[in-house]
Each structure stands twice: as structure tokens, then as C-alpha cells.
Design a protein around this ligand. Structure first.
Ligand code: PLP
Length: 401
């Protein structure tokens, strides 16, 4: 195959391209339709009607009522709103249970509560990244026995490995015990159906830029009657539950992304599974000493996390980047360290594989030709890095940590 000039973007769990349909519906709101939806005059009022319709579309996507949809600036804000807002309602009596593999948007606010004196628990995961449901139930029961309120916050699917939690069972366990349940559903948006009538979560977070809307717009679903105080205080927007003038163009774009996802999800999931499985099979066939991370039986259709033993994920990502292929590593290199990610570490991935973890994440725009291109370019890169590495199955690994 001839070298491709264009970018092969396999990093869609980090962010995804804006759908052209989404961009088109946003444009008028950067032009004449600039009114403030809270204004009393008709010029603003016409914009409010578009926001109302957008809210209905998001509600159709989640199968909830429009009053239960709050627009935020991002999923980080939605997660913080759920956790800080529940803590604000109940005070220090609240016990907060989360998992060791959450995104920092959940882990950091939970850890802040811990520093403030709240009881918090980070449930461990097994080798494929699943929690023990009996342990979850026991942690809720111990607080409920003392008549204390409990907030459970677990993700629906993991951003690094694609492992999907048994969210229906977690919701049932919470409901049966009277615990409040928040889920970070950022990575499932547009990939697997979300129906809050079937899965009785109390709160849920999503982010537009993970499913072809722009960055800077999030969804915070709050079931009617949930005890949570507003995180952002100020004006009366969003029914008094999230202050700040609405980001109208992005709300309109987000609603379009929800509509596209609702209509196209079933076909896209099939296509993505086939492409991802081809990529996975091709890598396993062409590269020795590779392991797939995550729960293959319960995994997002677009995500593949693999560890190439004895080499560094960053080196792989840089080499691929040089030829236009975009992927992510499992290391927290953005924070300036090369520590293995907390997710891969929590799963107990062997030390020979922990640094060599990389993530491929596809989208509706990914093609078979792109998969073939990666399968052509990757094996020689892996071999070259292995040849250079002082570590390996036939080499000394005593200093490899
Ligand atoms: N939760 C998960 C699982 C994510 O993957 C991300 C983004 O990577 C976030 C939360 C934060 O989303 P946002 O960028 O909208 O703040």
C-alpha cells in the first residue's frame, strides 16, 4: 500500500471530529440568532424556543423528560456537579463509593471530599477492570445500617480500556438499598444505547466532544426528585440548577449529535466492532508479546487497548504520530510524568506490559483502509523499538519496573 498523506485519527475517546451536520445547525447561532434565551423580548425568545427543542432532542436520546436535562460546559462539570452537589445536600454524613478506574473528573472531587472529612471508598477492580458487585453492596449496606445516605459514582464504560460495567446490576443494587447512583456515561454516548427508564440512574454525565459535537458542552441528567444542590450558583438558568447564560450554538450542536447518534448507533456499533476486531486480530497476528487489556466480553465497540511488552507506549505513539497516525498511551504523560495510568495499574497488568499500553479508539468516520494502513505500519515500528530496547523476553528484565 502507498503511504497515506492524511491523518489516521484513532484517538476518538480523547475527542472526536465535529460532524458536518452538527456544524451546519450551529452556524446561524453565530450569526443573526445571537439573542439571549433569558431575554423578555421576542428576539431572545425565538432563541429560547430552539434551546427548548434541543433539550427535547437530548431527552429523547436518554429517554427522560426535558426538565431532567441540564446543559453544562463539559462532563467534568457534570461529574463535579453530581458529587459536590450531593455532598452539599447531605453534608459529612454522606458516604461516597466510587471505583479505582474512574476518570479524574470523578476521582478528584471524591478525593477532595475525603480531604474534607467525608468517608469515601474506591472499589478495586479485577484483571479485566470489573468491580466486585458483592463488595459494592456490602459498602452500601455498612453505611445504610447506620442510617447514613450513600452516593455511588461509577462510570458506565472505561475511557482507556473500553470495559463496560454491568450498569443495570449496579443501578439495581443501589436502588434496592436506597443509595443515590451517578454514572459517568461519557464514553458510551453514541456507542451503546442509554435509556434511563431501563437503567434507573439518578444522575448521569456526558460530553458533546466525545460524540461529534464540539468541545465545551456537556449533559448533566438529574432524575426528578434527586437530592442535589446546584454547583454553579448565579442566575436562574436551567431551572435554577446551573447558573450561567446558555451556550446556545453548542447546545444546538449537541442536540444534533444526539439525534445522529440515536438514529445511527445500531449500524455504527456493528461497523466499529468489525473494524476494531480486525485491528485487534491483525496486531495479535503480526506482533509477538502483546496482550489485550480490558474485558473482551464487555467492551465498547470502538476501543482497543493493547500492551506491547518490554517497550514504552509513548515511543510507539510518537513513531505513529510521525506518520500521521494518532493514538493514546496509558501513561499520564500529560501530567509531566511517565507513570503508568491508574487504570492499567489498578487492573494488575504485569510489570513487563504496564508501560507499553496504547489505546486505539475509532469513530463512525474510521475506515477499513485506515485499519489496513495501521496494520501495515505498526509491526515494523514495534520490531524496531524491541530491537533497541534493553529489555525483552530473552534479555535481562531485572531493572525493568
Ligand atoms: N469522564 C470520562 C470517562 C472521560 O473520558 C472524560 C474525557 O476524557 C471526561 C469524563 C471529561 O470530559 P470533558 O472533557 O467533557 O470534561
Amino acid at each position: 500500500m502507498q503511504s497515506m498523506q492524511q491523518t489516521v485519527y484513532f484517538d476518538n475517546n480523547a475527542t472526536s471530529p465535529i460532524a458536518p451536520e452538527v456544524k451546519d445547525v450551529m452556524l446561524p447561532f453565530f450569526g443573526n440568532l445571537y439573542g439571549n434565551p433569558s431575554s423578555m423580548h421576542a428576539f431572545g425568545g425565538q432563541v429560547a424556543k430552539f434551546v427548548d427543542r434541543a433539550r427535547e432532542e437530548v431527552a429523547a436520546f436518554l429517554n427522560c423528560s426535558p426538565e431532567e436535562v441540564i446543559f453544562t460546559s463539559c462532563a467534568t462539570e457534570s461529574d463535579n456537579s453530581a458529587i459536590r452537589g450531593t455532598a452539599d445536600w447531605f453534608g459529612k454524613d454522606l458516604k461516597v463509593i466510587t471505583t479505582a478506574v474512574e476518570h479524574p473528573a470523578v476521582l478528584q472531587p471524591v478525593r477532595r471530599l475525603k480531604a474534607l472529612g467525608f468517608e469515601t471508598v474506591e472499589l478495586p477492580v479485577n484483571g479485566v477492570g470489573q468491580i466486585d458487585l458483592d463488595q459494592l453492596a456490602a459498602e452500601i449496606d455498612s453505611a445504610k445500617a447506620a442510617n447514613r445516605p450513600v452516593l455511588v459514582s461509577t462510570m458506565w464504560a472505561n475511557n482507556e480500556t473500553g470495559t463496560v460495567f454491568p450498569i443495570e446490576k449496579i443501578a439495581e443494587i443501589c436502588k434496592a438499598r436506597g443509595a443515590i447512583f451517578h454514572t459517568d456515561a461519557v464514553q458510551v454516548a453514541g456507542k451503546i444505547p442509554v435509556d434511563v427508564k431501563k437503567v434507573p440512574v439518578d444522575m448521569l454525565a456526558m460530553s458533546g466532544h466525545k460524540f461529534h459535537a464540539p468541545k465545551g458542552i456537556g449533559i448533566f441528567y438529574v432524575r426528578k426528585g434527586t437530592k442535589v444542590k446546584p454547583f454553579m450558583l448565579g442566575g436562574h438558568q436551567e431551572g435554577g440548577r446551573r447558573a450561567g447564560t446558555e451556550n446556545v450554538p453548542y447546545i444546538i450542536g449537541l442536540a444534533k449529535a444526539c439525534e445522529l447518534a440515536r438514529l445511527g448507533m445500531a449500524d455504527e456499533a456493528k461497523k466499529l466492532t468489525a473494524l476494531r476486531d480486525k485491528l485487534e486480530a491483525g496486531i495479535l497476528a503480526s506482533c509477538p508479546n502483546v496482550r489485550v487489556n480490558g474485558d473482551k466480553a464487555h467492551r465498547l465497540p470502538n476501543t482497543l487497548n493493547v500492551s506491547f511488552e518490554y517497550i514504552e507506549g509513548e515511543a510507539i505513539a510518537y513513531r505513529l504520530s510521525d506518520i500521521g497516525i494518532c493514538i493514546s498511551t496509558g501513561s499520564a504523560c500529560a501530567s509531566g510524568s511517565l507513570d503508568p495510568s491508574h487504570v492499567i495499574r489498578a487492573m494488575g497488568v504485569p510489570f513487563t506490559a504496564i508501560h507499553g499500553s496504547v489505546r486505539f479508539s475509532l469513530s463512525r468516520y474510521s475506515t477499513e483502509a485506515e485499519v489496513d494502513y495501521v496494520l501495515e505500519k505498526l509491526p515494523p515500528i514495534i520490531k524496531g523499538l524491541r530491537d533497541l530496547s534493553p529489555f525483552g523476553p530473552d534479555k535481562d528484565v531485572s531493572t525493568f519496573k
